[in-house]
Design a protein around this ligand. Structure first.
Ligand SMILES: [Zn+2]
Length: 172
């Protein structure tokens, strides 16, 4: 009997650490230079970004498909976080997914983190900017080869900087 209880306890102990791990953010890739999270309260971004962007970035709303001009942005350049200006995607990773949202095959290494989102019945993988924590979109596994990933982004949560323009200084 004691042995059974011990085995059960061991099984619980083995599984338990995995549960909170699902909720923890996971950074995708390694940044070329370390990024310090801002830890700025969400409320503090009010007024710095548009209300529409605020609702997406800090309340995890989703914009209507086809509602962002960035869906059709096909110039060379960089897509940066609309709140803190951290570069998140290069134009070389953008592709036409015909979903009505800007879509990418991969983020810039170390600049995006994912976590599970239970807002829908089926859990989805949410992703956000590692610096300000602003929600960007969801990643799905129906993208093009070789990675097979579709990083489905709210255009409102991004800004586009063409290749011949200088990236803005990070905003804090
Ligand atoms: Zn950011």
């Amino acid at each position: 009997m004691k042995r059974r209880i011990l085995l059960q306890s061991l099984a619980v102990a083995a599984v338990f650490p995995l549960i909170p791990a699902c909720f923890r953010a996971q950074v995708i890739g390694e940044a070329s230079s370390p990024i310090t999270p801002l830890n700025k309260p969400h409320e503090a971004w009010r007024g710095l970004v548009s209300l529409k962007a605020y609702k997406i970035l800090f309340e995890e709303e989703t914009e209507r498909p086809e509602s962002s001009n960035l869906v059709y942005e096909d110039r060379e350049g960089t897509f940066i976080c609309a709140a803190c200006y951290l570069p998140l995607f290069e134009s070389s990773s953008k592709y036409e997914s015909n979903t009505g949202w800007p879509s990418f095959t991969q983020p810039i290494a170390g600049h995006i983190a994912t976590k599970l989102d239970f807002k829908m019945i089926k859990p989805r993988t949410e992703y956000h900017c590692v610096r300000c924590g602003g929600h960007q979109g969801h990643v799905f596994n129906d993208g093009p080869p070789p990675r097979g990933e579709r990083w489905c982004n709210n255009g409102t949560a991004l800004k586009f900087v063409p290749k011949d323009e200088q990236l803005p200084t990070l905003r804090s």
